[in-house]
Design a protein around this ligand. Structure first.
Ligand code: BGC
Length: 545
Protein backbone atom coordinates (compact mmCIF):
# COMPACT_ATOMS: atom_id res chain seq x y z
CA UNK A 1 0.00 0.00 0.00
CA UNK A 2 1.09 3.52 -0.76
CA UNK A 3 -0.17 5.08 2.46
CA UNK A 4 2.98 7.07 3.08
CA UNK A 5 3.10 8.69 -0.37
CA UNK A 6 3.51 12.46 -0.02
CA UNK A 7 0.60 14.65 -1.05
CA UNK A 8 1.96 16.99 -3.71
CA UNK A 9 0.53 20.17 -5.19
CA UNK A 10 -0.68 18.17 -8.19
CA UNK A 11 -2.66 15.87 -5.89
CA UNK A 12 -4.49 18.91 -4.56
CA UNK A 13 -5.38 19.98 -8.15
CA UNK A 14 -6.57 16.53 -9.13
CA UNK A 15 -8.36 15.59 -5.93
CA UNK A 16 -5.75 12.95 -5.10
CA UNK A 17 -5.99 11.32 -8.53
CA UNK A 18 -2.41 12.13 -9.54
CA UNK A 19 -2.96 10.56 -12.93
CA UNK A 20 -5.83 12.76 -14.09
CA UNK A 21 -4.48 14.94 -16.89
CA UNK A 22 -0.96 13.59 -16.36
CA UNK A 23 1.72 13.63 -19.05
CA UNK A 24 3.27 10.18 -19.32
CA UNK A 25 6.55 9.31 -21.05
CA UNK A 26 6.73 5.90 -22.70
CA UNK A 27 10.01 4.02 -22.47
CA UNK A 28 10.66 1.09 -24.81
CA UNK A 29 13.32 -0.60 -22.66
CA UNK A 30 15.13 -2.37 -25.50
CA UNK A 31 15.93 0.93 -27.15
CA UNK A 32 16.31 3.47 -24.34
CA UNK A 33 19.78 2.99 -22.84
CA UNK A 34 22.13 0.00 -22.60
CA UNK A 35 24.19 -0.22 -19.40
CA UNK A 36 26.13 -3.44 -20.07
CA UNK A 37 27.27 -3.22 -23.67
CA UNK A 38 25.16 -6.05 -25.09
CA UNK A 39 23.51 -3.68 -27.58
CA UNK A 40 20.11 -3.91 -25.91
CA UNK A 41 18.67 -1.36 -23.52
CA UNK A 42 18.01 -2.45 -19.93
CA UNK A 43 16.54 -1.37 -16.58
CA UNK A 44 19.80 0.05 -15.15
CA UNK A 45 20.09 2.05 -18.40
CA UNK A 46 16.64 3.49 -17.77
CA UNK A 47 17.47 4.31 -14.15
CA UNK A 48 20.64 6.11 -15.20
CA UNK A 49 18.70 8.35 -17.59
CA UNK A 50 15.59 9.09 -15.52
CA UNK A 51 16.83 12.59 -14.78
CA UNK A 52 16.35 13.39 -18.48
CA UNK A 53 12.74 12.24 -18.20
CA UNK A 54 12.10 14.09 -14.94
CA UNK A 55 13.61 17.26 -16.41
CA UNK A 56 11.06 17.17 -19.21
CA UNK A 57 8.37 17.80 -16.61
CA UNK A 58 6.26 14.70 -17.17
CA UNK A 59 4.36 13.13 -14.29
CA UNK A 60 5.00 9.47 -14.96
CA UNK A 61 6.70 6.87 -17.09
CA UNK A 62 5.18 3.85 -18.82
CA UNK A 63 7.72 1.09 -19.42
CA UNK A 64 6.92 -1.43 -22.16
CA UNK A 65 7.26 -5.09 -21.03
CA UNK A 66 10.53 -6.12 -19.39
CA UNK A 67 9.33 -9.51 -18.07
CA UNK A 68 10.88 -12.88 -18.82
CA UNK A 69 10.32 -13.52 -22.51
CA UNK A 70 11.76 -15.40 -25.47
CA UNK A 71 11.25 -12.07 -27.30
CA UNK A 72 9.27 -13.44 -30.24
CA UNK A 73 7.32 -10.14 -30.03
CA UNK A 74 10.07 -8.31 -28.10
CA UNK A 75 8.56 -8.74 -24.66
CA UNK A 76 4.85 -8.76 -25.54
CA UNK A 77 5.17 -12.55 -25.26
CA UNK A 78 5.56 -13.07 -21.53
CA UNK A 79 6.96 -16.33 -20.17
CA UNK A 80 6.93 -15.23 -16.51
CA UNK A 81 4.92 -12.23 -15.36
CA UNK A 82 6.74 -12.08 -12.04
CA UNK A 83 10.34 -11.73 -13.12
CA UNK A 84 12.59 -9.51 -15.21
CA UNK A 85 14.10 -10.91 -18.38
CA UNK A 86 17.89 -11.27 -17.93
CA UNK A 87 18.37 -9.06 -21.02
CA UNK A 88 16.82 -6.23 -19.05
CA UNK A 89 18.22 -7.00 -15.59
CA UNK A 90 16.79 -8.32 -12.35
CA UNK A 91 13.98 -7.64 -9.92
CA UNK A 92 16.53 -5.75 -7.80
CA UNK A 93 17.21 -3.53 -10.83
CA UNK A 94 13.49 -2.86 -11.08
CA UNK A 95 13.34 -1.97 -7.38
CA UNK A 96 16.22 0.46 -7.91
CA UNK A 97 14.46 1.96 -10.94
CA UNK A 98 11.25 2.55 -9.05
CA UNK A 99 13.11 4.06 -6.09
CA UNK A 100 14.97 6.47 -8.37
CA UNK A 101 11.79 7.38 -10.26
CA UNK A 102 9.93 8.10 -7.04
CA UNK A 103 12.84 10.15 -5.72
CA UNK A 104 12.60 12.25 -8.89
CA UNK A 105 8.84 12.66 -8.45
CA UNK A 106 7.94 10.31 -11.31
CA UNK A 107 5.19 7.72 -11.03
CA UNK A 108 5.85 4.33 -12.62
CA UNK A 109 3.39 2.59 -14.91
CA UNK A 110 4.12 -0.85 -16.31
CA UNK A 111 2.67 -2.82 -19.21
CA UNK A 112 0.68 -5.96 -18.44
CA UNK A 113 -0.09 -8.27 -21.34
CA UNK A 114 -3.18 -10.24 -20.31
CA UNK A 115 -4.69 -11.34 -23.63
CA UNK A 116 -1.93 -13.90 -24.26
CA UNK A 117 1.29 -15.31 -22.88
CA UNK A 118 4.39 -16.68 -24.56
CA UNK A 119 4.18 -20.28 -25.73
CA UNK A 120 7.06 -20.80 -23.27
CA UNK A 121 4.95 -19.85 -20.25
CA UNK A 122 4.61 -22.73 -17.76
CA UNK A 123 0.81 -22.43 -17.97
CA UNK A 124 0.92 -23.11 -21.72
CA UNK A 125 3.41 -25.95 -21.36
CA UNK A 126 0.95 -27.62 -18.98
CA UNK A 127 -2.07 -26.74 -21.10
CA UNK A 128 -0.67 -28.29 -24.26
CA UNK A 129 0.57 -31.38 -22.40
CA UNK A 130 -2.86 -32.93 -21.92
CA UNK A 131 -6.58 -32.23 -22.07
CA UNK A 132 -7.09 -32.83 -18.36
CA UNK A 133 -4.15 -31.13 -16.63
CA UNK A 134 -4.50 -28.24 -14.17
CA UNK A 135 -4.19 -25.63 -16.94
CA UNK A 136 -5.93 -27.60 -19.70
CA UNK A 137 -8.56 -24.92 -20.31
CA UNK A 138 -6.41 -21.85 -19.50
CA UNK A 139 -5.87 -21.38 -23.24
CA UNK A 140 -8.29 -21.62 -26.13
CA UNK A 141 -8.38 -25.05 -27.70
CA UNK A 142 -10.66 -26.42 -30.40
CA UNK A 143 -10.90 -29.57 -32.46
CA UNK A 144 -10.19 -29.49 -36.17
CA UNK A 145 -13.03 -29.56 -38.66
CA UNK A 146 -13.65 -33.05 -40.13
CA UNK A 147 -11.38 -32.11 -43.04
CA UNK A 148 -8.55 -31.03 -40.69
CA UNK A 149 -8.97 -27.30 -41.24
CA UNK A 150 -9.09 -24.82 -38.31
CA UNK A 151 -12.35 -24.45 -36.36
CA UNK A 152 -13.32 -21.12 -37.94
CA UNK A 153 -12.14 -18.31 -40.20
CA UNK A 154 -10.47 -16.05 -37.58
CA UNK A 155 -7.23 -14.43 -38.73
CA UNK A 156 -4.26 -13.16 -36.71
CA UNK A 157 -3.25 -9.49 -36.48
CA UNK A 158 0.27 -10.21 -37.71
CA UNK A 159 -0.84 -12.28 -40.70
CA UNK A 160 -2.16 -15.77 -41.37
CA UNK A 161 -4.77 -17.90 -39.56
CA UNK A 162 -5.32 -17.30 -35.86
CA UNK A 163 -5.18 -21.06 -35.18
CA UNK A 164 -2.13 -23.31 -34.93
CA UNK A 165 -2.24 -27.10 -34.66
CA UNK A 166 -0.64 -28.69 -31.62
CA UNK A 167 0.44 -32.28 -32.16
CA UNK A 168 0.35 -33.18 -28.44
CA UNK A 169 -3.22 -32.13 -27.77
CA UNK A 170 -4.33 -32.98 -31.29
CA UNK A 171 -6.19 -29.69 -31.29
CA UNK A 172 -5.83 -26.16 -32.59
CA UNK A 173 -5.01 -23.30 -30.21
CA UNK A 174 -6.10 -19.72 -30.78
CA UNK A 175 -3.61 -16.83 -31.06
CA UNK A 176 -4.56 -13.32 -32.16
CA UNK A 177 -0.97 -12.22 -32.74
CA UNK A 178 2.01 -14.59 -33.33
CA UNK A 179 1.65 -18.35 -32.95
CA UNK A 180 4.18 -17.89 -30.12
CA UNK A 181 1.52 -15.82 -28.27
CA UNK A 182 -1.26 -18.29 -27.40
CA UNK A 183 -4.53 -16.66 -26.35
CA UNK A 184 -5.33 -16.88 -22.65
CA UNK A 185 -8.84 -18.03 -21.84
CA UNK A 186 -9.64 -14.90 -19.83
CA UNK A 187 -13.30 -15.96 -19.71
CA UNK A 188 -12.24 -18.49 -17.08
CA UNK A 189 -12.42 -17.12 -13.50
CA UNK A 190 -9.27 -19.05 -12.54
CA UNK A 191 -7.30 -17.30 -15.29
CA UNK A 192 -8.63 -13.93 -14.14
CA UNK A 193 -7.63 -14.79 -10.56
CA UNK A 194 -4.08 -15.60 -11.70
CA UNK A 195 -3.83 -12.34 -13.65
CA UNK A 196 -5.14 -10.36 -10.69
CA UNK A 197 -2.43 -11.99 -8.56
CA UNK A 198 0.12 -10.74 -11.08
CA UNK A 199 -1.38 -7.26 -10.72
CA UNK A 200 -1.02 -7.48 -6.92
CA UNK A 201 2.58 -8.70 -7.25
CA UNK A 202 3.61 -5.48 -9.02
CA UNK A 203 1.46 -3.25 -6.81
CA UNK A 204 3.23 -4.75 -3.81
CA UNK A 205 6.54 -3.78 -5.48
CA UNK A 206 5.36 -0.16 -5.59
CA UNK A 207 4.16 0.50 -9.13
CA UNK A 208 1.68 3.34 -9.57
CA UNK A 209 -0.19 2.19 -12.63
CA UNK A 210 -0.69 -0.22 -15.49
CA UNK A 211 -1.20 -0.11 -19.20
CA UNK A 212 -3.23 -3.18 -20.14
CA UNK A 213 -2.05 -4.36 -23.51
CA UNK A 214 -4.65 -5.26 -26.15
CA UNK A 215 -7.34 -5.54 -23.48
CA UNK A 216 -10.22 -5.82 -25.94
CA UNK A 217 -8.50 -8.90 -27.35
CA UNK A 218 -8.75 -10.69 -24.03
CA UNK A 219 -12.21 -12.18 -24.66
CA UNK A 220 -13.96 -13.51 -27.76
CA UNK A 221 -17.08 -15.43 -28.74
CA UNK A 222 -16.77 -18.81 -26.96
CA UNK A 223 -18.95 -20.36 -29.69
CA UNK A 224 -16.20 -19.48 -32.23
CA UNK A 225 -18.64 -17.97 -34.72
CA UNK A 226 -17.05 -17.00 -38.06
CA UNK A 227 -16.26 -13.31 -38.53
CA UNK A 228 -18.14 -11.67 -41.43
CA UNK A 229 -16.20 -10.11 -44.32
CA UNK A 230 -15.70 -6.34 -44.48
CA UNK A 231 -17.71 -4.52 -47.08
CA UNK A 232 -15.61 -1.37 -47.48
CA UNK A 233 -12.83 -0.80 -49.99
CA UNK A 234 -10.01 0.05 -47.61
CA UNK A 235 -6.56 -1.31 -48.49
CA UNK A 236 -6.05 -4.86 -47.27
CA UNK A 237 -2.54 -5.91 -46.37
CA UNK A 238 -3.30 -9.01 -44.31
CA UNK A 239 -6.14 -11.55 -44.26
CA UNK A 240 -7.01 -9.94 -40.91
CA UNK A 241 -8.03 -6.79 -42.81
CA UNK A 242 -10.67 -8.72 -44.78
CA UNK A 243 -12.85 -9.35 -41.69
CA UNK A 244 -15.08 -7.44 -39.31
CA UNK A 245 -13.73 -8.63 -35.94
CA UNK A 246 -17.22 -9.19 -34.61
CA UNK A 247 -16.59 -12.49 -32.85
CA UNK A 248 -12.81 -12.96 -32.51
CA UNK A 249 -12.37 -10.18 -29.90
CA UNK A 250 -14.29 -7.45 -27.99
CA UNK A 251 -16.56 -9.78 -25.98
CA UNK A 252 -18.72 -7.72 -23.56
CA UNK A 253 -17.55 -9.77 -20.55
CA UNK A 254 -14.24 -7.85 -20.64
CA UNK A 255 -16.10 -5.21 -18.63
CA UNK A 256 -16.57 -7.63 -15.73
CA UNK A 257 -12.85 -8.40 -15.71
CA UNK A 258 -12.08 -4.67 -15.81
CA UNK A 259 -14.20 -4.18 -12.69
CA UNK A 260 -12.26 -6.92 -10.92
CA UNK A 261 -8.96 -5.22 -11.87
CA UNK A 262 -10.25 -1.96 -10.45
CA UNK A 263 -11.25 -3.57 -7.17
CA UNK A 264 -7.72 -4.95 -6.76
CA UNK A 265 -6.13 -1.58 -7.60
CA UNK A 266 -8.41 0.38 -5.27
CA UNK A 267 -6.85 -1.37 -2.29
CA UNK A 268 -3.56 0.37 -3.18
CA UNK A 269 -4.69 4.00 -3.47
CA UNK A 270 -4.69 6.13 -6.62
CA UNK A 271 -3.52 3.62 -9.20
CA UNK A 272 -3.61 4.62 -12.86
CA UNK A 273 -5.10 2.02 -15.15
CA UNK A 274 -5.25 2.52 -18.91
CA UNK A 275 -6.57 0.06 -21.45
CA UNK A 276 -5.10 -0.24 -24.90
CA UNK A 277 -8.16 -0.61 -27.12
CA UNK A 278 -7.48 -1.00 -30.81
CA UNK A 279 -9.63 -1.83 -33.80
CA UNK A 280 -12.32 -0.30 -35.93
CA UNK A 281 -14.93 0.01 -33.19
CA UNK A 282 -12.70 1.10 -30.34
CA UNK A 283 -14.67 4.11 -29.11
CA UNK A 284 -17.67 2.33 -27.53
CA UNK A 285 -15.27 -0.12 -25.89
CA UNK A 286 -13.06 2.67 -24.57
CA UNK A 287 -16.13 4.26 -23.03
CA UNK A 288 -17.40 0.97 -21.63
CA UNK A 289 -14.06 0.09 -19.99
CA UNK A 290 -13.83 3.48 -18.26
CA UNK A 291 -17.42 4.48 -17.43
CA UNK A 292 -18.29 5.41 -13.86
CA UNK A 293 -16.04 5.00 -10.85
CA UNK A 294 -15.59 1.28 -10.76
CA UNK A 295 -13.74 0.56 -14.00
CA UNK A 296 -10.41 1.74 -15.42
CA UNK A 297 -9.01 5.26 -15.14
CA UNK A 298 -8.58 5.70 -18.85
CA UNK A 299 -8.44 4.16 -22.31
CA UNK A 300 -5.76 4.82 -24.87
CA UNK A 301 -7.00 6.07 -28.23
CA UNK A 302 -5.48 5.25 -31.62
CA UNK A 303 -6.97 8.20 -33.50
CA UNK A 304 -3.64 10.00 -33.94
CA UNK A 305 -1.27 7.02 -34.02
CA UNK A 306 -1.86 5.84 -37.55
CA UNK A 307 -3.40 8.97 -39.06
CA UNK A 308 -1.49 9.67 -42.28
CA UNK A 309 -2.29 13.39 -41.98
CA UNK A 310 -3.10 15.69 -39.09
CA UNK A 311 -5.83 18.20 -39.74
CA UNK A 312 -8.16 20.39 -37.71
CA UNK A 313 -11.15 18.12 -38.40
CA UNK A 314 -9.38 15.10 -36.89
CA UNK A 315 -8.50 16.95 -33.69
CA UNK A 316 -12.04 18.31 -33.42
CA UNK A 317 -13.47 14.82 -33.84
CA UNK A 318 -11.25 13.48 -31.05
CA UNK A 319 -12.29 16.29 -28.70
CA UNK A 320 -15.98 15.90 -29.56
CA UNK A 321 -15.87 12.13 -29.07
CA UNK A 322 -15.08 12.60 -25.35
CA UNK A 323 -17.11 15.60 -24.26
CA UNK A 324 -16.84 14.56 -20.62
CA UNK A 325 -20.54 14.82 -19.98
CA UNK A 326 -22.28 12.24 -17.80
CA UNK A 327 -23.57 9.22 -19.70
CA UNK A 328 -27.25 8.50 -20.20
CA UNK A 329 -27.15 6.06 -17.29
CA UNK A 330 -26.06 8.86 -14.98
CA UNK A 331 -22.53 7.48 -14.68
CA UNK A 332 -19.62 9.79 -15.31
CA UNK A 333 -17.87 9.33 -18.62
CA UNK A 334 -14.36 7.95 -18.51
CA UNK A 335 -11.16 9.83 -19.17
CA UNK A 336 -9.30 9.49 -22.47
CA UNK A 337 -5.57 9.14 -23.16
CA UNK A 338 -3.89 10.35 -26.34
CA UNK A 339 -0.59 9.70 -28.04
CA UNK A 340 0.87 10.89 -31.31
CA UNK A 341 3.57 8.19 -31.19
CA UNK A 342 4.31 4.85 -29.60
CA UNK A 343 6.44 1.77 -30.20
CA UNK A 344 3.99 0.43 -32.81
CA UNK A 345 3.21 3.46 -34.95
CA UNK A 346 5.46 5.45 -37.31
CA UNK A 347 6.99 8.68 -35.92
CA UNK A 348 4.46 11.50 -36.21
CA UNK A 349 6.80 14.09 -37.74
CA UNK A 350 7.52 11.63 -40.56
CA UNK A 351 3.81 11.06 -41.12
CA UNK A 352 2.56 14.61 -40.80
CA UNK A 353 5.20 17.09 -41.94
CA UNK A 354 7.62 17.49 -44.81
CA UNK A 355 11.24 18.58 -44.34
CA UNK A 356 10.56 22.27 -44.81
CA UNK A 357 7.68 22.44 -42.30
CA UNK A 358 9.11 20.12 -39.66
CA UNK A 359 10.46 22.68 -37.16
CA UNK A 360 7.36 24.94 -36.90
CA UNK A 361 5.03 21.97 -37.27
CA UNK A 362 6.85 20.17 -34.43
CA UNK A 363 6.38 23.17 -32.14
CA UNK A 364 2.71 23.41 -33.08
CA UNK A 365 1.89 19.77 -32.35
CA UNK A 366 3.65 19.78 -28.99
CA UNK A 367 1.39 22.70 -28.00
CA UNK A 368 -1.58 20.76 -29.35
CA UNK A 369 -0.68 17.68 -27.35
CA UNK A 370 -0.54 19.57 -24.05
CA UNK A 371 -3.86 21.27 -24.82
CA UNK A 372 -5.78 18.00 -25.30
CA UNK A 373 -8.29 16.93 -22.69
CA UNK A 374 -7.21 13.63 -21.22
CA UNK A 375 -3.87 12.08 -20.38
CA UNK A 376 -1.13 12.73 -22.90
CA UNK A 377 1.62 10.28 -23.74
CA UNK A 378 5.01 11.04 -25.25
CA UNK A 379 7.10 8.27 -26.72
CA UNK A 380 10.86 8.33 -26.14
CA UNK A 381 12.61 10.56 -28.65
CA UNK A 382 9.46 12.50 -29.51
CA UNK A 383 10.88 15.36 -27.44
CA UNK A 384 13.88 15.38 -29.79
CA UNK A 385 11.82 15.34 -32.99
CA UNK A 386 13.17 11.94 -34.06
CA UNK A 387 12.06 10.76 -37.48
CA UNK A 388 11.02 7.29 -38.58
CA UNK A 389 14.07 5.25 -39.56
CA UNK A 390 14.02 3.22 -42.73
CA UNK A 391 15.27 -0.26 -41.83
CA UNK A 392 16.38 -2.41 -44.77
CA UNK A 393 14.81 -5.86 -45.01
CA UNK A 394 17.97 -7.74 -43.96
CA UNK A 395 18.12 -5.78 -40.67
CA UNK A 396 14.42 -6.04 -39.79
CA UNK A 397 13.67 -7.60 -36.41
CA UNK A 398 9.93 -7.12 -36.03
CA UNK A 399 8.12 -10.34 -36.99
CA UNK A 400 5.11 -8.38 -38.21
CA UNK A 401 7.30 -6.29 -40.49
CA UNK A 402 9.09 -9.35 -41.85
CA UNK A 403 5.82 -11.22 -42.47
CA UNK A 404 4.17 -8.34 -44.31
CA UNK A 405 7.19 -6.73 -45.99
CA UNK A 406 7.17 -4.35 -47.79
CA UNK A 407 3.66 -3.34 -46.63
CA UNK A 408 4.60 -3.19 -42.97
CA UNK A 409 3.64 -1.05 -40.01
CA UNK A 410 7.37 -0.16 -39.79
CA UNK A 411 7.58 -0.84 -36.06
CA UNK A 412 11.37 -1.26 -36.20
CA UNK A 413 11.69 2.24 -37.62
CA UNK A 414 10.22 3.76 -34.44
CA UNK A 415 12.15 1.41 -32.15
CA UNK A 416 15.67 2.45 -33.15
CA UNK A 417 17.87 3.41 -30.17
CA UNK A 418 17.54 6.68 -28.31
CA UNK A 419 20.40 9.04 -29.27
CA UNK A 420 21.93 10.52 -26.11
CA UNK A 421 25.24 11.97 -27.23
CA UNK A 422 25.83 12.88 -30.86
CA UNK A 423 29.64 12.58 -30.42
CA UNK A 424 29.77 9.23 -28.61
CA UNK A 425 29.92 5.84 -30.34
CA UNK A 426 26.35 4.71 -31.13
CA UNK A 427 25.19 8.09 -29.84
CA UNK A 428 25.83 6.95 -26.28
CA UNK A 429 23.12 4.27 -26.44
CA UNK A 430 25.50 1.32 -26.11
CA UNK A 431 29.17 0.45 -25.97
CA UNK A 432 28.37 -2.64 -28.04
CA UNK A 433 26.54 -3.18 -31.31
CA UNK A 434 23.02 -1.73 -31.16
CA UNK A 435 20.24 -4.22 -31.84
CA UNK A 436 18.82 -1.84 -34.45
CA UNK A 437 20.95 0.74 -36.27
CA UNK A 438 20.96 4.44 -35.40
CA UNK A 439 20.63 6.79 -38.36
CA UNK A 440 22.88 9.84 -38.87
CA UNK A 441 19.77 12.04 -39.06
CA UNK A 442 18.51 11.00 -35.64
CA UNK A 443 22.02 11.02 -34.12
CA UNK A 444 22.20 14.70 -35.08
CA UNK A 445 19.02 15.21 -33.01
CA UNK A 446 20.57 13.66 -29.86
CA UNK A 447 19.90 15.02 -26.40
CA UNK A 448 23.46 16.43 -26.24
CA UNK A 449 22.85 18.41 -29.43
CA UNK A 450 19.71 20.07 -28.03
CA UNK A 451 20.22 20.47 -24.31
CA UNK A 452 20.79 24.06 -23.24
CA UNK A 453 19.57 25.55 -26.54
CA UNK A 454 16.26 27.36 -26.10
CA UNK A 455 15.51 27.13 -29.82
CA UNK A 456 15.29 23.33 -29.83
CA UNK A 457 12.28 21.03 -29.72
CA UNK A 458 13.64 19.63 -26.44
CA UNK A 459 13.45 23.06 -24.80
CA UNK A 460 10.03 23.66 -26.35
CA UNK A 461 8.73 20.31 -25.06
CA UNK A 462 9.80 21.25 -21.54
CA UNK A 463 8.13 24.62 -21.88
CA UNK A 464 4.88 23.08 -23.13
CA UNK A 465 4.79 20.47 -20.34
CA UNK A 466 5.48 23.23 -17.80
CA UNK A 467 2.58 25.23 -19.24
CA UNK A 468 0.24 22.27 -18.80
CA UNK A 469 1.40 21.70 -15.24
CA UNK A 470 0.99 25.37 -14.37
CA UNK A 471 -2.56 25.63 -15.69
CA UNK A 472 -5.29 23.40 -14.29
CA UNK A 473 -7.50 24.41 -17.24
CA UNK A 474 -5.10 22.67 -19.65
CA UNK A 475 -4.64 19.66 -17.44
CA UNK A 476 -8.17 19.13 -16.22
CA UNK A 477 -10.55 21.51 -17.91
CA UNK A 478 -13.58 20.90 -20.06
CA UNK A 479 -13.47 21.63 -23.78
CA UNK A 480 -15.83 24.39 -24.85
CA UNK A 481 -16.53 26.60 -27.86
CA UNK A 482 -14.90 24.16 -30.25
CA UNK A 483 -14.77 25.52 -33.79
CA UNK A 484 -13.14 24.41 -37.01
CA UNK A 485 -12.81 26.80 -39.94
CA UNK A 486 -10.71 25.13 -42.59
CA UNK A 487 -7.27 24.64 -41.04
CA UNK A 488 -8.01 26.77 -37.99
CA UNK A 489 -9.07 25.03 -34.81
CA UNK A 490 -10.14 26.93 -31.71
CA UNK A 491 -11.42 25.77 -28.35
CA UNK A 492 -11.41 26.84 -24.73
CA UNK A 493 -10.24 24.70 -21.84
CA UNK A 494 -12.04 25.66 -18.64
CA UNK A 495 -12.02 24.86 -14.93
CA UNK A 496 -13.96 26.81 -12.31
CA UNK A 497 -11.53 29.70 -12.02
CA UNK A 498 -9.50 29.56 -15.21
CA UNK A 499 -10.24 29.53 -18.94
CA UNK A 500 -7.65 29.28 -21.69
CA UNK A 501 -8.60 29.95 -25.30
CA UNK A 502 -6.44 27.89 -27.66
CA UNK A 503 -6.11 28.60 -31.39
CA UNK A 504 -4.16 26.45 -33.85
CA UNK A 505 -3.49 26.83 -37.53
CA UNK A 506 -2.99 23.25 -38.71
CA UNK A 507 -2.08 24.36 -42.18
CA UNK A 508 0.43 26.28 -44.23
CA UNK A 509 -1.65 29.38 -45.13
CA UNK A 510 -1.94 32.51 -42.99
CA UNK A 511 -5.35 33.13 -41.42
CA UNK A 512 -6.96 36.00 -39.56
CA UNK A 513 -7.69 35.44 -35.87
CA UNK A 514 -9.88 37.30 -33.41
CA UNK A 515 -8.18 36.25 -30.18
CA UNK A 516 -10.29 36.86 -27.06
CA UNK A 517 -9.41 39.56 -24.55
CA UNK A 518 -7.08 38.39 -21.85
CA UNK A 519 -3.48 37.62 -21.05
CA UNK A 520 -1.45 36.08 -23.87
CA UNK A 521 0.05 32.82 -22.60
CA UNK A 522 1.64 31.41 -25.72
CA UNK A 523 2.34 32.60 -29.25
CA UNK A 524 4.16 30.26 -31.63
CA UNK A 525 5.44 30.52 -35.18
CA UNK A 526 4.70 34.25 -35.46
CA UNK A 527 1.10 34.17 -34.17
CA UNK A 528 -0.42 37.33 -32.70
CA UNK A 529 -3.89 38.35 -31.53
CA UNK A 530 -5.00 39.01 -35.11
CA UNK A 531 -3.19 36.43 -37.22
CA UNK A 532 -2.21 32.79 -37.26
CA UNK A 533 0.58 32.25 -39.79
CA UNK A 534 1.38 28.73 -41.02
CA UNK A 535 1.36 26.33 -38.02
CA UNK A 536 0.63 29.30 -35.75
CA UNK A 537 -0.55 28.77 -32.15
CA UNK A 538 -1.97 31.25 -29.69
CA UNK A 539 -3.18 30.60 -26.12
CA UNK A 540 -4.93 33.38 -24.26
CA UNK A 541 -5.93 33.26 -20.61
CA UNK A 542 -9.38 34.77 -20.49
CA UNK A 543 -10.36 37.16 -17.76
CA UNK A 544 -12.88 35.49 -15.47
CA UNK A 545 -15.20 38.01 -13.92
C1 BGC B 1 1.42 -3.89 -28.41
C2 BGC B 1 2.22 -4.47 -29.54
C3 BGC B 1 2.14 -5.98 -29.42
C4 BGC B 1 0.70 -6.48 -29.37
C5 BGC B 1 0.60 -7.89 -28.92
C6 BGC B 1 0.03 -4.36 -28.73
O1 BGC B 1 -0.91 -3.66 -29.09
O2 BGC B 1 1.48 -2.50 -28.33
O3 BGC B 1 3.55 -4.03 -29.53
O4 BGC B 1 2.79 -6.56 -30.53
O5 BGC B 1 -0.07 -5.72 -28.46
O6 BGC B 1 0.87 -7.99 -27.57
Amino acid sequence: MNETAPICAMDAQTGGEWWRGAAIYQIYPRSFADSNGDGIGDLPGITAHLDHVANLGVDAIWISPFFTSPMADYGYDVADYRDVDPTFGTLADFDALIARAHALGLKVTIDLVFAHTSDRHAWFADSRASRDGAHADWYVWADANPDGTPPNNWQSVFGGPAWTWDARRQQYYYHQFLKEQPQLNVHLPAVQDALLDVTRFWLDRGVDGFRFDALNHSMFDPAFTDNPPVTDNRPRTRPYDFQVKKFSQNHPDVVGFVERIRTVCDAYGAIFTVAEVGGDDAMPLMKAYTAGNHRLSSAYGFDFLYAPELDAALVAKVLRDWPGTPGADGQSEGWPSWAFENHDAPRCLSRWADDAARAPFGRMIMALLVALRGNVFLYQGQELGLLQDDIPFHLLKDPEAIANWPLTLSRDGVRTPMPWDSHAPNAGFTAGTPWLPLSPGNIARAVSAQVGDPATLLAHTRAMLALRRAHPALRLGTVEALTVAGDVLTFTRRVADEAIACAFNIGRHRHALAAPEGTPLLALNGADAHHLPAWGVRFTKESIL
